[in-house]
Design a protein around this ligand. Sequence first.
Ligand code: SF4
Length: 518
Amino acid sequence: MSRLEEFEKEKKITRRRFLSMLTGAGLVSGVATLSGCSPVEQVAGTGWLPQQYQVPGSWPVQVKGRVAIDPASPSLSRDDEKCILCGQCLEVCQNVQSVFGYFELPVKDDFICVNCGQCSLWCPTGAISEKDDIQKVKDALDDPEKVVIVQTAPGTRVALGEEFGLPKGAWVQGQQVAALRKLGFDKVFDTVFTADLTIMEEGTELIQRISGKSDAPLPQFTSCCPGWIKFCEYYYPELLPNLSSAKSPQQMMGAIIKTYLPKVTNIKPENIFSVSIMPCTAKKFECSRSEFNAAGKYWGNEAIRDVDVVLTTRELARMIKAHNIDLPTLPEEEYDEVLGEGSGAGLIFGNTGGVMEAAVRSAYYLLTGEKAPEVAFKLEPIRGLEGVKEGSLNIPGVGTIKVAVVHGLSNARQLAEAVKRGEAPYHFIEVMACPGGCISGGGQPRTSVPPADHVREERIKAIYNKDASYVLRESHENKEVLALYENFLKHPLSDLAHELLHTSYTSRSDKLIAKKLV
Ligand code: SF4
């Protein structure tokens, strides 16, 4: 039985116990079905939160039996009328993500949250959801001065269809592009493009660390998951030098849309409104980080943000439905040129193990000048839903590169502790906060409570199948990425690449008191 299965079994028992307590208090009655979900229990009436479940002096922020959500959170919100105090948010936060309960706060009413949004997937009533940013996008689309440009992450194209009755993992890349054009977006770009760019930057950085040309320590951790980054900033500030300095593909795309694109078109950077469609609630937090205004610094206009708004897959589905667009029947359309080409390597970023597999394909080429062997195009040891995976590849003239892949933050915690103890003999470690990777991110369509592995597997399979069908399967062969280097950035890790595509991290451990409950 996998760790997740064990946990889900225990969770069902806890939920039953909790609900029987609520039923006894006259708070819960009957059984309802949340569209497409397992049966869930329904709240009877409103204004029902009794005194014994409140933490004195802190209502409505702190309530026993559930996680606290910051009203100012850019990622998440909770509708108290829908909350049945079932404790699912607490369980996923504590036992799957090892966030809740792994700290004490020096200040009452402060909030510790890595913004991953897994609580919103586990919430049986839909009380916890993403912070709704649809109106901001509508306002931009209605503004004749704005050029509204959108990017779509790898993971949304294998989940959006589920909101329209298609099977789990249905591939709707072309229909998603068509729907975005119907909604009025001026250009539709592919975050897979900047996933390829990430490999060029992060892969080159790894090579520098391995060859001793950089002082930065090994192992190198991936840095494309903002949930993992914030987790590390809270709990493992001593490992921040191990994180790759490469920004996430979303933020790279934001910076490139507002710097390179104006250079090769006549669009003014200050007129661009940049929207991301992500499977992820943490990306909403990420785009709000003060340091992500590289385009503003480039143009000398601090008001320019790299990404203006992030919408989750669920928000996009609501927009499409509100416009009565029937997604499944739309003819497929292609991404726009210049920032629209993506390789199979960039595409598999959506799956746990995907970033690592993509990196291995290109690192082999960058180190040897030769195409990676066939095994690098289906790296079985690091595919699948095992919580901690490891693999190795012999690279001629370099030696054996050892890698590890973890998903779910309690697994990341185990590996981070092993790195601290000097017991993790890896060169490169991929971490994704969400179990299964971004295909099961906190902004994806809700399925069952808790999210089921078979849904994750369908989405993962759809992405790997598409990668296997591509001719272009290596990031370093993406022609639009090569043109970006030739015409603008010059080469990976150039000064301009550092300015636009790299970042640094901040310890947040001072927010926690020294005693960590690990
Ligand atoms: Fe977001 Fe993906 Fe990280 Fe989940 S794994 S927090 S969806 S980047």
